[in-house]
Design a protein around this ligand. Structure first.
Ligand SMILES: NC(=O)c1ccc[n+]([C@@H]2O[C@H](COP(=O)([O-])OP(=O)(O)OC[C@H]3O[C@@H](n4cnc5c(N)ncnc54)[C@H](O)[C@@H]3O)[C@@H](O)[C@H]2O)c1
Length: 387
């Protein structure tokens, strides 16, 4: 059950005041790896959820996963996610897609086609073409597709958006964003994050998508028009990076550093860089420059969904150039619980997805554009069909 504090905090911060516990949402999980633990923990914090099924490509993994979480009677004897989705006896309402990136689009599209509401982990998928197919499936199904960006619920992220929307910065024309780690290629549970066949995108997709969402959500997700992109993998492909697993170097087939220069509609320029590993502590704070003010968003050493210190607005007051410091805001609830709760509410009430694919498709278009521009070695046009 949810802790009283979490639910109370939720009610204070969201439109839905009462959770209808008479109507339980029947939920399944596709992909029972690391992040599925967080999904289950947050579903179990909700008073209106029944976890009824789950599947994983690795035989026995789903059964062991639910056992670990103390859940009995969850159906897991499926050879594939398709077999699970075809099991009408489950009477499912919602599914969390927690697979590695390459399996995001197929699993989410099949789930939408089966008439389910889908919470899809970040990044949305690997390519723009997949994102377009996801949007089409969502539209045809009439169901909710929400993308798993829990930092959206952090009060500091909300403050960044509020500052931009207040007009305090004037017209925004230049954004610098990104971040990264000095050494932080994620291999604690094997190689699914670093291999092209499972992840598709490396640091670019894994933490790059968060850095983009932080600023693009604030400025209203302008459409990206062109991009020049670059990627490298100097650390990931070096066996000495992994003293205990030198064999990972050969498996490393994604990127550990990426950068991009993006022109967006409304005459906004985006300058972006992201790293899982680099020889510097940070590639710089995020900044949003406007005609009346500039905002500094201190970088974190890893994307944990928040900010590295107080926000600073640089502006002019009565002719004096001055700085206004916005103290770091606390967030009185668990971000993951909010990601799950807002998804459940949208699914129950047929209201818009809390993190809509109509926005995140632009995030995906930038990741994909950097990838494609890197491959061809020059700037490319981003073309997103109307859906
Ligand atoms: N929101 C967050 O804070 C956060 C944090 C970590 C990871 N993630 C995202 O979650 C996703 C999964 O990451 P992870 O660390 O759990 O990876 P993981 O490799 O630990 O787990 C993925 C699981 O999915 C299974 N799988 C893949 N395709 C499948 C299919 N078609 N049907 C059933 N099972 C399938 C794999 O066998 C594996 O067990 C990634 O896309 C990652 O970006 C999000």
């Amino acid at each position: 059950m949810a802790t009283k504090n979490n639910l109370d905090a939720y009610k204070e911060n969201h439109d839905v005041q009462v959770i209808d516990t008479n109507r339980k949402m029947r939920v399944a999980i596709i992909g029972c790896g690391w992040i599925a633990d967080s999904h289950i923990a947050s579903y179990l914090n909700q008073p209106d959820v029944e976890i009824v099924a789950g599947c994983d490509l690795i035989p026995g993994k789903a059964a062991a996963f639910f056992k670990k979480h103390g859940l009995e009677g969850v159906k897991t004897d499926y050879a594939s996610h398709k077999e699970m989705l075809a099991d009408k006896s489950l009477n499912l309402d919602c599914v969390s897609v927690c697979t590695y990136n390459r399996q995001h689009a197929p699993c989410a599209i099949d789930s939408l086609n089966a008439g389910l509401n889908v919470l899809l982990e970040k990044p949305m998928c690997v390519t723009l073409e997949e994102a377009v197919e996801l949007r089409k499936a969502e539209k045809a199904s009439g169901k909710v597709l929400s993308i798993g960006f829990q930092p959206r619920f952090d009060n500091n992220m909300k403050m960044i958006k509020k500052i931009v929307e207040s007009g305090e910065l004037g017209k925004v024309y230049y954004i610098q964003t990104g971040g990264g780690r000095r050494r932080g290629i994620p291999t604690p549970f094997g190689t699914t994050f670093i291999e092209d066949k499972t992840a598709g995108l490396g640091a670019l997709g894994d933490i790059g998508c968060y850095a983009l969402d932080c600023v693009l959500n604030a400025v209203g997700y302008p459409k990206p028009l062109t991009v020049t992109g670059y990627k490298s993998a100097y650390f990931g492909t070096d066996p000495s990076y992994y003293p205990n697993h030198p064999e990972y170097a050969e498996k490393f087939t994604t990127d550990d550093f990426a950068a991009g220069f993006v022109r967006m509609e409304n005459d906004i320029i985006l300058d972006f860089r992201i790293a899982w590993a680099m020889n510097i502590n940070t590639p710089g704070d995020s900044i949003i420059l406007g005609t009346k003010g500039g905002l500094r968003i201190p970088s974190t050493d890893c994307w944990n969904g928040s900010i590295g210190g107080p926000l600073v607005i640089y502006h002019e007051v009565a002719g004096v150039q001055t700085e206004t410091i916005i103290p770091v805001q606390t967030t009185p609830y668990n971000l993951f619980d909010m990601k799950i709760r807002t998804f459940l509410d949208a699914s129950k009430n047929g209201t818009p997805a809390p993190v809509p694919s109509s926005e995140i498709i632009y995030n995906q278009a930038i990741l994909d554009g950097i990838n494609k521009s890197n491959a061809c070695g020059h700037e490319i046009k981003i073309e997103i069909p109307e859906i």
